[in-house]
Design a binder for this molecule. Structure first.
Ligand SMILES: [Zn+2]
Length: 205
């Protein structure tokens, strides 16, 4: 992002009645979270586990949980950076109505953006969900069970399959979040594309 881009963005923000912030991996790399998709990213070294494989194979489920817990120290220790804080400030001041994010790291929540202002298109890796009943499950008891028995536990409510609350390759996009993202974005008229940076914004003026 050049200085001119930043000035353009500031002007748009000043003039906009309604702003929606859209974030991707770039905003979190400064917090120490690797960009999975980029050249050299995790997925170029280790193929992601597709949803159908997760559903269909106990070994794949174990591998998915092994990988997730291997990243737990990293996810548990990262903190929001200046970019997240700037976004949180836009929301706190009422300048931005929503933050739509492709990130799964919970750093917008950690930076103080209220949960109801955040639309997570790819879910959240900081907790798990039951694929059958949708109940939320915390990772730390899942990890204890997994490390003790070598197997992930079943949902405590319906004995269904637990998975991190992320959207995997091959899994359908979440309908409610997609609809919320569409309506928030449609409420804005123009867009400022700074996709070269971390934070594209949709603004109406
Ligand atoms: Zn369940």
């Amino acid at each position: 992002m050049t200085t001119a881009d930043i000035e353009d963005l500031a002007e748009l923000l000043a003039a906009a009645e309604r702003v929606v912030v859209f974030t991707g991996a770039g905003i979190s790399t400064e917090s120490g979270i690797p960009d999975f998709r980029s050249p050299g990213g995790i997925w170029t070294k280790m193929a992601p586990i597709e949803f159908q494989d997760f559903i269909g194979s106990a070994d794949m489920r174990k591998e998915a949980w092994r990988r997730r817990f291997a990243m737990e120290e990293m996810f548990a220790s990262v903190a929001p950076n200046a970019g997240h804080k700037a976004v949180a400030e836009l929301v706190a001041r009422g300048r931005a109505s929503h933050v739509i994010t492709q990130n799964i790291d919970n750093l917008h929540q950690d930076s103080g953006v209220p949960e109801d202002r955040i639309i997570e298109l790819h879910g959240n890796t900081r907790y798990a969900k039951c694929l059958d009943c949708g109940a939320r499950a915390e990772l730390s008891p899942i990890r204890s069970h997994f490390e003790k028995t070598g197997e992930p536990p079943d949902c405590q409510f319906c004995a269904g399959m637990l998975k991190t609350a992320t959207i995997s390759f091959g899994q359908s996009m979440p309908e409610i979040e997609m609809a919320r993202a569409e309506s928030a974005t449609r409420a804005c008229a123009t867009s400022f594309d700074c996709t070269a940076s971390a934070v594209p914004l949709f603004c109406s003026s």
